[in-house]
Design a protein around this ligand. Structure first.
Ligand code: COA
Length: 181
């Protein structure tokens, strides 16, 4: 497995994180409540946790099945995409991603997530990619469908919202043999 190598798409560069990214991730992801509206957790919520998250991602580059990319449009950082929880027995992994709010609606998530999924299947030979998605997160559903994942299930009242209410959660997935068909 090659792990988190540099990837390029038509408009974007996906590259490894460095410690210099932590402050930007804290400001753009940690300080924006809309980013975590549908995800229920925020590893960048404080400067310290953002630093620890980036340091952990960097340490994990040494381990097989750990992926954490910074998404860049030209010189500008616009978000992150990663894959976690690699299960070597099932050859399966979960993906997650965030785009800075100032860059929403440009197709960046669709482009970056599609490339990450392609890489996991075609380069890393991972058999199954899945993602969890809040049932009201319509933008994220579109991103996952564009990347070739399909809804596999619906977990009723499985995610706690910040106002204390519970919402349904969709499970999206794809296996390599069927992906892109
Ligand atoms: C979800 C997220 C990554 C999308 O990023 P993005 O770069 O704006 O996504 P894209 O531009 O590639 O595509 C989004 C699509 O959803 C559509 N969309 C956006 N908001 C929508 C809404 N409220 N309802 C319906 N569709 C919506 C967009 O119009 C676009 O479709 P189009 O290309 O047909 O116009 C971004 O909103 C985000 O970072 N959210 C917070 C973190 C998060 O939810 N991560 C995913 C966890 S599963």
């Amino acid at each position: 497995m090659d792990g988190t190598i540099k990837l390029t798409t038509k408009r974007l560069i996906l590259r490894k994180e460095t410690m210099a990214d932590a402050e930007l991730l804290y400001n753009a992801l940690g300080c924006d409540p809309q980013i975590t509206q549908y995800t229920g957790w925020n590893p960048y919520a404080t400067r310290a946790s953002a630093s620890e998250k980036v340091a952990e991602d960097i340490r994990n580059y040494e381990k097989p099945g750990c992926y954490a990319w910074i998404i860049q449009h030209g010189e500008e950082v616009v978000g992150t995409v990663g894959a976690y929880g690699y299960d070597p027995d099932a050859s399966s992994i979960e993906i997650g991603y965030s785009i800075f709010r100032a860059s929403w609606g440009n197709g960046f998530a669709s482009e970056a997530v599609s490339e990450a999924v392609r890489y996991l299947f075609e380069n890393e030979w991972i058999n199954r990619v899945h993602a969890w998605c809040h049932s009201e997160n319509a933008a994220s559903s579109k991103v996952l469908e564009r990347a070739g994942l399909r809804q596999e299930g619906l977990l009723k009242r499985a995610i706690r919202n910040s106002d204390g209410s519970l919402s349904d959660q969709k499970l999206y997935g794809a296996i390599y043999k069927e992906w892109g068909l």
